[in-house]
Design a protein around this ligand. Structure first.
Ligand SMILES: C[S@@+](CC[C@H](N)C(=O)[O-])C[C@H]1O[C@@H](n2cnc3c(N)ncnc32)[C@H](O)[C@@H]1O
Length: 766
């Protein structure tokens, strides 16, 4: 302690902070600390300054020190807890708030924040209790009342929620959050019209309120106003650039857009979506490509390339490349497979034109040529070189790929990467370039495969793989791991624990049957390349996940992706489901989607999994539907009749066979699947070594035989559930498999690519 009087300096700093000038305040606090390094007040407020200016870790460290130096004071604890909450450290925030409340039990704000923290932790009863404690101390505070209302809504207590939200609005009619929450409660009560009005009120009060715009969009869509919904989604996305659900929903809405003419505004949205790493833009790729073809600045180049104009190579000169290197094209083909036959012709001709430009010495070396070729190479890497190539192309590529000493310019290497996996070129050195596009190409096509090769060796084997079919299936996925994925949309990565997911999926089921532990033990059986395991791990941060598969190549891919995403609660192992009966572990939840139908005896595998489930545990199963897969089966039979091999050459031939079928023929339906557009997708779709398909009668029989309870389907399209309920009003829970069988026969086009459903093992958890 210096014993100096810092009051004037502290008062000045505090005034700066209150006036919204944290930088000036920071200087004053640092001045105090320069003279007394342990001054608790200066440490505390400097911590708050750092929090305000985004230096979270340092800010929290200072706040923690100040709290230690002021052990008996409630206010600093409260501030520290609020900062912890802002930084997402919920458990620590709860601890500090409880201590602040112990020191000062009458502080309503601490009870209020405790409610918020517990609500975010999903502990709704405890959260409601904290809000009520705040209201006892500060009766009818409109903000606490609004939060309590929303908490009650999350608990499913709709009437009580409505009451508190209306009380909140009566006290403070300009609170946009309360109007938004009221909208959600009205929506849950089935009053979509009043919900829409409430959301409108919220955005009228706060025009940049992204969440309220988003909710408004969903309500408008629900009432059939697609145009209004799209406008509201745009407003949501643009007022919340970081609000991923709005961008994801906008991407999904634009995926269905049909354009007759160039639409610059849609193009702007599409370009932003494609570059947003938090959004999965896969579904948008087709309509984005169609829109791009209509751009008057791009159209002439597109047509010249598609028509195989002999001068097409000229587009690759440095001065003409501008017309081709369109931002939508670059973003689109770098990250998404484009499922469109005409666009594929364009891209194949583009690749050939670039090769021709290289042979004619016309290939430019500018940054834009490089960027375009890198994007094209990324598309070819994503589709695993599934496009056919002509003999002259093959000869040219072999010629460039093997220069003396393997020294290639980045542009030429990108061109080679559009034909061949460059990771396999022996002794290849990274060319010296600062191009970001090339950096991304090198990472994805050279560094990541090398990392997967290293990870392969780390994977433990839990069981032998003895079954003949299991070995054949393993061999397929070792060569063709499936599915490749690059983005985990943020909407699927946010915490959404199992118990809550089940309550939302099956509101008609008695909640006591859906109870799930806060940190469930989960088995993902047949995890493939890990997408499902990643979603499960991200949504259940407290879950302990074991993900197994036959294929080490797939598992290595999964491990790399999950490590990159920072998911530490999932471990991977190689195992055959059929041999898992030797496992001592038991699970609260098992996910097995798209797997059992590839076993020699699917029911035998399902039985093994059932034995691994605890009583009261749940299982999500995905199985092919015979009816939904008719078109694919026609394509599969066509390919089988032709007897093509399962190597890349065979896959290319199989694709061409299907593309040569007349439009509207059954087998052409295979082209509607995203899997048609990549080599491993094709193999999984129409060239699988083992495939079984099911009808609802077989599902019912198997579920009965295994002694499981059917909870219901998880449907991607809410329209299907609505149509089912309208057809079978006597089955509001939608659990009659007999009715579902009839429904499917009457609506063979309903989009149930696969039956995705949940079952429960009877009994009580111990
Ligand atoms: C179509 S992929 C689905 C992957 C993942 N479930 C998904 O939905 O993305 C099928 C996966 O099941 C795995 N698989 C098939 N039979 C299996 C078995 N007997 N034991 C373990 N995994 C198996 C395959 O190796 C393959 O990775």
């Amino acid at each position: 302690m210096s014993g100096e009087d810092f009051q004037p300096l502290l008062a000045q700093a505090s005034a700066e902070l209150q006036a919204g000038r944290p930088d000036a305040a920071e200087r004053a606090y640092r001045e105090v600390l320069a003279r007394d390094a342990n001054h608790p007040v200066a440490l505390h407020f400097l911590g708050l300054c750092l929090m305000q200016t985004g230096r979270t870790q340092d800010g929290l460290a200072l706040l923690a020190r100040s709290v230690e130096l002021l052990p008996g004071k409630a206010k600093p604890r409260h501030n520290y807890a609020v900062s912890l909450l802002q930084a997402g450290h919920l458990e620590a925030a709860e601890r500090e708030l409880l201590e602040a409340i112990r020191l000062e039990p009458e502080n309503a704000a601490s009870h209020h924040y405790l409610g918020m923290v517990r609500q975010r932790l999903g502990r709704l009863d405890a959260a409601a209790g904290a809000y009520r404690a705040a209201l006892e101390r500060l009766p009818d505070d409109p903000f606490v009342a609004s939060n309590l209302g929303y908490c009650l809504l999350e608990q499913g207590k709709i009437e009580a929620a409505l009451e508190w939200l209306r009380r909140s609005i009566a006290r403070e009619p300009r609170n946009a959050t309360a109007h938004n929450n009221l909208g959600s409660a009205l929506n849950a009560a089935g009053d979509v019209g009043s919900a829409t009005a409430s959301y409108r009120k919220a955005v009228e009060i706060e025009p940049a309120y992204a969440v309220a715009w988003y909710n408004l969009a969903l309500a408008l869509r629900e009432s059939g106003d697609d145009e209004g919904a799209l406008a509201a989604l745009r407003a949501a996305a643009h007022s919340g650039p970081g609000f991923a659900p709005a961008w994801q929903a906008l991407a999904d809405a634009l995926a269905h857009a049909e354009y007759a003419t160039w639409d610059a505004r849609a193009a702007d949205d599409v370009a932003r979506i494609l570059r947003n790493p938090a959004v999965d833009a896969g579904a948008l790729a087709h309509s984005a490509a169609r829109l791009l073809m209509l751009d008057p600045g791009f159209g002439p180049a597109f047509r010249a390339i598609v028509e195989g104009d002999v001068r097409a190579g000229e587009w690759f000169s440095d001065d003409r490349i501008g017309a081709l290197a369109h931002p939508i094209l670059l973003a689109l083909i770098e990250d998404a497979l484009v499922p469109d036959p005409l666009f594929e012709i364009f891209l194949r001709s583009l690749r050939r034109s670039a090769l021709r430009a290289w042979s004619a010495g016309m290939l430019g070396e500018s940054a834009r040529v490089l960027e375009l070729l890198c994007a094209l190479a990324q598309q070819c890497f994503l589709n695993e070189y599934v496009w056919p190539e002509r003999p002259d192309e093959a000869a040219d590529v072999e010629g460039i790929a093997a220069p003396a000493g393997n020294v290639l310019s980045p542009t030429v290497l990108a061109l080679v990467a559009a034909y061949r996996p460059i990771a396999r070129i022996a002794g290849l050195a990274r060319p010296d370039t600062s191009s970001d596009a090339f950096g991304r190409l090198w990472r994805r096509q050279v560094e990541e495969p090398a990392e997967e090769a290293r990870l392969r060796a780390e994977i433990p084997a839990l069981t032998p793989i003895a079954d003949r079919i299991s070995r054949a299936v393993q061999e397929q996925y070792e060569r063709n791991p499936y599915p490749r994925w690059h983005r985990l949309p943020q909407t699927l990565a946010a915490a959404y624990p199992l118990a809550r997911a089940l309550r939302t999926l099956f509101p008609q089921v008695d909640a006591t049957r859906l109870r799930a532990p806060e940190s469930p033990a989960v088995l993902v059986a047949g995890c493939g390349t890990g997408y499902q395991a990643a979603v499960t791990a991200a949504r259940n941060p407290a879950g302990r996940i074991l993900a197994i598969d036959l294929s080490r190549t797939s598992l290595a891919y999964a491990m790399r992706r999950c490590r990159k995403l920072g998911l530490r609660n999932v471990r991977f192992a190689q195992a055959d489901i059929l041999a898992l009966d030797a496992l001592a572990e038991r699970f609260d939840w098992i996910e097995c989607s798209g797997v059992l139908h590839h076993l020699r005896d699917p029911i035998a595998g399902w039985r093994v999994l059932t034995a691994l489930l605890v009583p009261g545990g749940v299982m999500k199963i995905g199985l092919y539907s015979e009816i939904a897969r008719r078109g694919v089966v026609a394509a599969r039979e066509l390919v089988a009749r032709e007897g093509v091999g399962s190597d890349l050459d065979g896959i290319r031939k199989a694709r061409q066979l299907i593309l040569d079928q007349p439009e509207g023929s059954a087998a052409r339906a295979a082209t509607l699947s995203a899997d048609f557009w990549s080599a491993s997708g094709m193999r999984d779709l129409v060239m699988h070594v083992e495939e079984h398909r099911f009808g609802t009668e077989q599902l019912a029989a198997a579920i009965g035989e295994l002694g499981l309870e059917f909870l219901g389907f998880e449907l991607e399209d809410p329209e299907v559930a609505r149509a089912y309920r309208a057809r079978f009003p006597g089955d509001p829970a939608a659990i009659s498999l007999e009715n579902w069988g009839r429904f499917e026969a009457e609506n063979p086009a309903v989009s149930v690519r696969m039956y995705q459903f949940w079952v429960r093992k009877p009994g009580e958890r111990l």
